[in-house]
Ligand binder design. Structure first.
Ligand code: COA
Ligand code: AMP
Length: 643
């Protein structure tokens, strides 16, 4: 087992925590559990009776919402600010104390209960970055119901597939969201999704925003009642927190898999509360009274963990920012928010920094703001390129901490845990495995590789508390997809290597997932859409390097024989299909027609080779290639002189 610790780089505190966790993981997590208020205290941490599926705190009971809100109010911190809503797109800011947020959440839990939602029922939340999103999530947690938040940039078909997979009873939505360039009306999308879905939803609750047309009263669909958020809130009775088993699901979060159908990552209540609370203190060094701003979206795991649950479980103040890093109104927006609210810890994505840097390369706008309270910036969601890390570190003169994690893990696998010890940082590395994650690098046969050798990054089972317990309705899919390739390990899907001092370097995915502007997307699902076009015989979607978004999808299509369609028309049609079926967030805009795609003799498209060629990387043509001449066709798309 490898647990790389840079002996020469720590004062010993980090090593001591790593050693303690390895020495007695059961006691380590039971100790960590003391930071949570339980209705029934855990007497055991790990339940491995159903391995390789693991459960945490099997005999304990709690309520996550109680831990996030009530207990802070009961401790006399009701007046402390829990949530700051800052929306440059509608020109509003609003602060919610813990007492106010608790009141709203308890009332909305009452609304959901009136709609027949109880323990274990699924509620899909399709909301923009407005306080109602936080209220709805916590209200579900209060009832022991299971929320599934769907990012606003997804189209109706994606929403419908999530409604069906989760068998949702209720949708909580709004009239819409606001992108800098346009208003995004949600209700037509919801109606289409309801039509496409199997009809499990009986209630739609709509927050009508003055800035976006549409309200509950304008809609009616057979078998579905439409309620207005404001009216129902006024009539509702506050609902008390419902005690649930620690192993009961808190939420399902769908993420891109290697096939078209999204995977519902299941998070439990108990393990999650323990992991979130532990990570706030030990990784982020954020506690009661501190201000943490995570500039992400509640539709992503980063938003779940560190806009909503982590900061509130810790009794901190969280910022909910409905805006962009640039253009709302300018590239100084992040520095303005940090300064306005005295943010201590900022968490964002490398893409956001690259977007700011592109517009304001010398960060002159940052000079207008007081950033003195900011102590550290954390980055995740995609690889942090050394150039961006160096730029941000010089700009802030504070630790800029890359940390690596996934929707599945729910919190950082590798980080420099600031609350334990600020370890020296290295460009291009998210530092060390966090206690609880036993990270190893293996080759295709599952043998551990040497230092500096790149391979599959795997994590020895069991994963720590707070990580996925399974996929929704998909124990076998979880086992097949993650736990079978290398028995005894969880397959992260990322490749990378350790350096001599134990720093991990995460280099990229080994599957067909790409990361576009910090958004995780499946090229496989885009290919499924392109293949539906009547002119397309076959296609490959690959990730092209992009200086701001990290990657962007690009489609290579082969036409059916005898088809005569001009390339611009075809590209427009394909781009529209992906936008309509997956959503604007796919950012699919590039199509190239080629006469053939390189394939192996068994008919497998050589996507990796195509990706390497079009990204200008070194490539090796596999000996199993069927049509070597197709390589020249791909080369010609990047080097037209060869045409
Ligand atoms: N609802 C509806 N549409 C959305 C959306 C949402 N919540 N979020 C994005 N979109 C749309 C955008 O408007 C855009 O549409 P367009 O094609 O009509 O222009 C499309 O989806 C692609 O969006 P995006 O890839 O984000 O590009 P962008 O040019 O709009 O913005 C950035 C670029 C860098 C400013 C933006 O991607 C960003 O802020 N990224 C950081 C992401 C992040 O924090 N991720 C969390 C990981 S920790
Ligand atoms: P998501 O599930 O959307 O959080 O995406 C997870 C994937 O994003 C990981 O498997 C990585 O491929 C990538 N990723 C996230 N954080 C990092 C990071 N700090 N460094 C490199 N890749 C990252």
């Amino acid at each position: 087992m490898t647990q790389h610790v840079a002996l020469s780089h720590t004062t010993g505190s980090f090593e001591a925590v790593v050693a303690k966790q390895l020495d007695d993981p059961e006691q380590f997590w039971l100790d960590a559990a003391q930071a949570v208020d339980w209705d029934q205290y855990p007497t055991a941490a790990l339940d491995d009776s159903d391995a390789p599926l693991y459960r945490w705190f099997p005999d304990a009971r709690l309520n996550t919402c109680f831990n996030a809100l009530d207990r802070h109010v009961l401790a006399g911190r009701g007046d402390t600010t829990a949530l700051i809503y800052d929306s440059p797109v509608v020109g509003k800011t609003k602060k919610y104390s813990y007492a106010t947020l608790l009141d709203k959440v308890a009332r909305f839990a009452g609304v959901l209960a009136d709609a027949g939602v109880g323990v274990g029922d699924r509620v899909v939340i399709y909301l923009p970055m407005i306080p109602q999103a936080v209220v709805a999530m916590l209200a579900c947690a209060r009832l022991g119901a299971v929320h599934s938040v769907v990012f606003g940039g997804f189209a109706a078909k994606e929403l419908a597939s999530r409604l069906d997979d989760a068998e949702a009873k209720v949708i909580v939505t709004a009239s819409g969201g606001i992108e800098p360039s346009r208003v995004v009306e949600y209700l037509p999308t919801v109606v289409t999704a309801l039509e496409l879905s199997r009809g499990t939803v009986h209630t739609v609750i709509v927050k009508a925003r003055p800035e976006v047309p549409g309200s509950a009263s304008e809609y009616a669909s057979p078998g579905t009642q439409w309620w207005d958020w404001r009216e129902t809130m006024m009539a509702a009775e506050p609902h008390a927190p419902v005690s649930v088993a620690a192993t009961d699901p808190l939420y399902i979060l769908y993420t891109s898999g290697t096939t078209g159908s999204p995977k519902g990552v299941v998070r439990d209540n108990g393990g999650h509360a323990v992991a979130m609370t532990w990570s706030m203190k030990n990784i982020y060094d954020v506690g009661v009274g501190d201000v943490m701003w995570t500039a992400s979206d509640v539709g992503w795991v980063v938003g779940h963990s560190y806009i909503v649950y982590g900061p509130l479980l810790a009794g901190a103040t969280t910022v909910l920012y409905e805006g962009k890093p640039v253009g709302t109104p300018d590239a100084g927006a992040f520095w303005r928010v940090v300064s306005d609210y005295g943010v201590k810890t900022l968490f964002t994505s490398p893409t956001a920094l690259r977007a700011i840097r592109k517009v304001d390369p010398h960060a002159t706008l940052a000079r207008d703001y007081d950033l003195s309270l900011l102590e550290a910036m954390f980055l995740a969601g995609e690889r942090l390129d050394p150039e961006t890390w160096t730029w941000a570190s010089a700009l802030l003169d504070k630790p800029v901490i890359d940390h690596w994690w996934q929707t599945e893990t729910g919190w950082a696998i590798c980080a420099s845990p600031r609350g334990i010890e600020q370890l020296p940082l290295r460009a291009g590395s998210p530092s060390f495995p966090v206690p609880g994650f036993r990270v190893e690098i293996v080759d295709d046969q599952g043998h551990e590789v040497g230092i500096l050798d790149e391979g599959h990054i795997v994590i020895r089972l069991p994963l720590p508390p707070g990580t996925l317990t399974t996929l929704w309705n998909g124990d076998q899919r979880y086992i097949d997809g993650y736990l079978t390739a290398f028995p005894g390990y969880y397959l992260t899907g990322d490749s990378g290597y350790f350096d001599r001092d134990g720093y991990l370097y995460v280099m990229g995915r080994t599957d067909d997932i790409i990361n576009v502007a910090g958004h995780r997307l499946s090229t496989g699902s885009m290919e499924q859409v392109l293949a539906q076009h009547p002119s397309v015989a076959e296609c490959a979607v690959i990730g092209l390097h992009d200086t701001v978004k990290g990657q962007k999808p690009a489609g290579y299509v082969v036409l059916k024989s005898g088809i005569d369609i001009d390339s611009i028309t075809l590209a427009e049609e394909l781009v529209a299909m992906v936008r309509n079926q997956i959503g604007a967030v796919a950012a699919f805009k590039e199509v190239t027609i080629v006469a053939a795609l390189p394939k192996t003799r068994s008919g497998k498209i050589l996507r990796k080779t195509i990706r390497q060629i079009v990204n200008g990387e070194d490539y090796v043509v596999p000996p199993t290639i069927e049509n070597i001449e197709a390589i020249a066709l791909i080369v010609a798309t990047v080097d037209p002189s060869l045409n």
